[in-house]
Ligand binder design. Sequence first.
Ligand code: 13P
Ligand code: SF4
Length: 359
Amino acid sequence: MTSGTTETCLLNADPAALHERISAIKRQLGTRLLVLGHHYQAEEVIRHSDITGDSFRLASLAAKNTEAEFIVFCGVHFMAESADILAQPHQRVILPDLGAGCSMADMANLDQVEVAWAHLGGAARVLPITYMNSSAAIKAFTGAHGGAVCTSSNAPRLMQWALDQRERLLFLPDQHLGRNTALKLGISLEDMAVWDPHALPEANLAAGCANARVVLWKGHCSVHAKFLPSHVDEMRAKHPGIHVIVHPECSMEVVAKADSSGSTERIIEKVAASPAGSSFAVGTEINLVARLARRFPDKLVVSLSGTQCLCSTMYRIDPRALVRVLEELVQGRVMNEIVVDEITAQNARKALERMLAFA
Ligand code: 13P
Ligand code: SF4
C-alpha cells in the first residue's frame, strides 16, 4: 500500500477499524515493538501501550528494555528524546506526531541558560537540576556541569542531593515544581529567586538571583497554570470533605490549599488505595482525571477545575498518528524518528543516569 493510499484509508477509518489496525500490527511485530504511553494520553491511545507511567517510570522501564527494535513513544518530544538517550544503539525511538512538543520545555533554551549560568557564578557556586520536561540540550548542559535530571516523583531527593554538594542550585525550567519542592525541603521563599530569561541579567541579579540559595527558572506548564486557589475553595464548598490532590506543576498557592500533591503516578496510587466512597478533586490533566473516574466508579473523582485542562500537544498523538507510524514500520520505513546527536546524548545521559541511580 502506498503512503497516499494509507492516508485516504486513515481519513475514512472509524475508531473500531483504527483500533483493529493498531492491534494487528502490534501482534505482527511482537517484541520487536515497545509502545510507551504517558498517563495524559487519551484512552484510545493508551490502551495500546505496553507500559504506562509518569515520566520517571517510562524513562526507567524503557531503559531496561534492550530487546525492542522500535520504541513508539505516546507522549511528548522531550520524553522521546530521553528514551533515545537511554536506548541501546540498535533501538529506534519514534514519536507518532512530531508536533507533540511541550510549551514548558520550550521556555528554556541553551543560549539563555548559558547566560544565566555565567552570571550566577558557574560551577564554582551553582549546581543545575533540570526537570525531565526539558530539551536534550538542557539535559546535556546539566550533565556536563555535574547536575542531574529530576521528575515530579523524585524532585525532593534530587534537590537535596544538589544542595548537599554546592552552595546554590539552578532549577530548570519549571519554577512551580522547583518552588514547591524547595518549600517541602524547608527552604524559605526568601532563599529563592526567579531568573527571567527575557529580563536583563543585571535585573535578575538585583531581584535576588545574586545570592539566592535556589534560583528558579521562569517557566511553567500552561495546563497546570489553569488551576487556581479559588477552584479549591469552590470544590470544598460543593463537596464537603473532598480530598484535593494536585500535581506539583501547579502554583504554590494551589498546592498550599490542597490536601496533598504528587506526580501523576502518586495521584493514581492515592486514589487506588482509598476506600470505596472516597471523593477526590484532582488538579492535573483531564485525560488522567477522566481515566481515574472510569476506573473507580465506586469513588467520586472530578477535575479540580470546571474547565477542561487538556494538554493539547499530548493530544496530538491520536490513533491515526499511531497507525501511520506503525504501518510505515511494517513496510520497513521508520517515520518520525527522534535522534539525539551523540555529543548531546553523552552529557544528557550523565544527568539522566544520576537520576536513575536514585530509584
Ligand atoms: P509526570 O508524569 O512526571 O508527573 O509529569 C507530568 C507532566 O506534565 C508530563 O508532561
Ligand atoms: Fe508540557 Fe504541561 Fe503538557 Fe506536560 S502537561 S507536556 S508540562 S504542557
